[in-house]
Design a protein around this ligand. Structure first.
Ligand code: ADP
Length: 404
């Protein structure tokens, strides 16, 4: 099947056209600066050169119209007719408690996602715009929603309930949801496949380390805990997000600095984390380059690594053991320095890194622990688009079967 995968953000739409039989990317790209001046479409079809087009793109519908026209273009496209698109798979950030799996998007699903806007005011509205636009432009083509939160719906209540009055959970849905679920699911499944063992027998800690970072404890194929919470702000120190801290700090700083809730929100999400601590950059490459010469770059990196270690320790305890630790996303796939620092001084857990191998691995699947390491350490590049395409194809195939 040919599946169009859409990831609609506030001012961008990322897309991939994937042929699911061969798991092949036929074309991919991104429309940026939607609704702003000088919008840009960057597009790359298989075996063709990358192109960039600029123009005015008012909204998500115009953006997706643009994407369809480039997919159909004789020079840069890969389709002759838009009817070749069998289905559309959407990345949806927040599915709340309603979705523990990917679903066919119906009017009821759209209603439920609209209710979830409260939880993800930045992310769900553009996701919904993407869905509406795709429905209008590809009428009759099945649309599937794949949720960042779904994989973590298997967490036990003691892992997702916060220590605040329980009524707030009932009244406002305040609980841990967790994010990056599509990535944690894919990476844990690949880890089991690479190790040649059934996932039902493995305890895996997946470390998704990118601009946003989260760890997950995946026991026998199910997420039992994860570091992001009610929103993606909790847990790891991230590029610009603070992660774990004493909630009393929020009230104290708001009072001292005379900040409004919105200003405080911006501080915690955009001016904190690696950027806030280092005062230098949110980009881990720059932090690495300055680690030995800039005291605050060192500090930011040390906090980043220390938190990963704390979560690994916590999740090993939560699962009563760990068989594999897997690194993924921008930092996890590329930074041998972060991987080495994380695996240093946790030998007691049974982790023995192969330091030479670790140095060579960039953006490729590999086992980077020593042969006699009890805990296997792996690098697995994440591929959320492929998961979305495969889930979409499965749901559509079942739909066709049930109609037959
Ligand atoms: P996002 O959360 O935006 O999807 P990515 O998974 O693309 O993020 O990761 C982006 C991060 O990966 C950036 O902070 C960047 O510093 C980091 N990164 C990319 N390449 C390297 C590298 N070679 N070494 C260290 N960090 C890297």
């Amino acid at each position: 099947m040919k599946i169009l995968v859409l990831n609609a953000g506030s001012s961008s739409v990322k897309y991939q056209l994937i042929e699911t039989e061969g798991k092949e990317v036929l074309a991919k790209g991104v429309v940026e600066r939607i609704g702003l001046s000088g919008a840009v479409l960057t597009h790359k079809a298989r075996n063709k050169r990358e192109i960039k087009l600029t123009g005015e793109i008012l909204d998500h519908k115009v953006a997706i119209e643009y994407v369809l026209s480039i997919l159909l273009s004789p020079n840069h496209g890969v389709l002759k007719d838009k009817r070749e698109i069998d289905a559309v798979g959407h990345r949806v950030v927040h599915g709340g408690e309603a979705f523990s799996d990917s679903v066919l998007i119906t009017d009821e699903v759209i209603q439920e996602l609209t209710r979830c806007i409260d939880f993800a005011p930045l992310h769900n509205p553009p996701n919904l715009k993407g869905i509406a636009a795709a429905k209008a432009l590809l009428p009759g083509v099945p649309q599937v929603g794949v949720f960042d939160t779904a994989f973590h719906q298997t967490m036990p209540d003691y892992a997702y309930i916060y220590g605040i009055p329980y009524v707030l959970y009932k009244r406002h849905g305040i609980r841990r949801y967790g994010f990056h679920g599509t990535s944690h699911r894919y990476v844990s499944k690949r880890t089991a496949e690479i190790l040649g063992k059934p996932i039902e027998e493995l305890k895996i800690i997946t470390c998704h380390l990118g601009n946003g970072s989260s760890l997950a404890a995946v026991k026998y194929g199910k997420s039992v805990d994860t570091s992001m919470g009610f929103t993606p702000l909790e847990g790891m120190l991230m590029g610009t997000r603070c992660g774990d801290m004493d909630p009393a700090i929020v009230l104290h700083v708001m009072a001292k600095e005379e900040l409004t809730p919105s200003e405080m929100n911006t501080m915690l999400n955009k001016h904190s984390g690696v950027l806030g601590v280092s005062g230098l950059s949110s980009d881990m490459r720059e932090i690495e380059e300055n680690y030995h010469t800039n005291e605050r770059a060192r500090l930011a990196m040390d906090i980043f690594v220390y938190r990963i270690k704390k979560y690994i320790g916590a999740y090993a305890a939560a699962m009563n053991g760990v068989d594999a630790i897997t690194f993924t996303a921008g930092i996890g796939e590329n930074s041998d320095m972060v991987r080495e620092m994380v695996c240093r001084d946790i030998e007691f857990l049974g982790v023995k890194l192969n330091r030479e191998k670790n140095k060579q691995v960039r953006k490729q699947e590999a086992i980077i622990s020593q042969d006699d390491s009890r805990v296997k350490v792996l690098v697995v590049p994440t591929n959320e688009e492929l998961v979305i395409a495969m889930d979409t194809a499965t749901i559509v195939a079942n739909l066709v079967q049930s109609k037959a």
